[in-house]
Design a protein around this ligand. Structure first.
Ligand code: HEC
Length: 143
């Protein structure tokens, strides 16, 4: 039965080929163009409660730091169009979208604290209270 075994081998090869092409297509379809995988805060960090009340004082503190440290990349309104944005290896994203604002305060706090190149780390330059105040300010960008 030489003939049928060659046919079987051909079918196996074709099926494998089809899966490889399909798999590669699926991976490409789910990878946004030119972007690395989405940056997600760990669940434990995302579950942290914001201990700083969102009021004029904390929002004001956040606004001041934002203007000094964040605006150059994230832009005045947070849409990612700061003067330095075009030089970055990665887009700063858009802090005003529903998608972004759906993240918990804890997740945003974590990202500001840790950074993720080229997004800098702010965990040492600013106190916890100042970084939670930044979260309160970033919340106002979504409104
Ligand atoms: C040098 C440019 C730069 C500066 C300065 C900067 N960022 Fe970013 N930021 C980025 C980039 C680029 C990303 C996207 C990182 C990623 O997705 O891996 C980012 C991501 C973020 C995110 C997460 C966005 C998301 O979609 O979840 C937050 C929140 C954020 N930045 C807040 C800030 C705050 C607040 C400051 C100031 C204290 C700041 N950033 C300063 C470049 C910058």
């Amino acid at each position: 039965m030489k003939h049928s075994s060659r046919w079987t081998r051909m079918m196996v090869a074709l099926t494998c080929g089809a899966f490889i092409v399909l798999g590669a297509g699926l991976i490409r379809a789910f990878t946004p163009e030119g972007q690395s995988p989405k940056w997600v805060a760990p669940a434990a960090a995302a579950g942290k409660k914001n201990p700083v009340a969102s009021n004029d004082a904390s929002i004001g503190t956040g606004r001041k730091i934002y203007g000094k440290e964040c605006l150059s990349c994230h832009g005045k309104k947070g849409i990612g169009d700061g003067p330095k944005a075009s030089e970055l290896s990665k887009e700063p994203g858009n802090l005003t979208t529903k998608d972004f604002q759906a993240q918990t305060d804890g997740a945003i706090f974590y990202k500001i604290t840790k950074g993720n190149k080229p997004m800098p780390t702010f965990g040492t330059a600013y106190s916890d209270e100042e970084r939670w105040s930044l979260v309160n300010y970033v919340r106002t960008l979504g409104k």
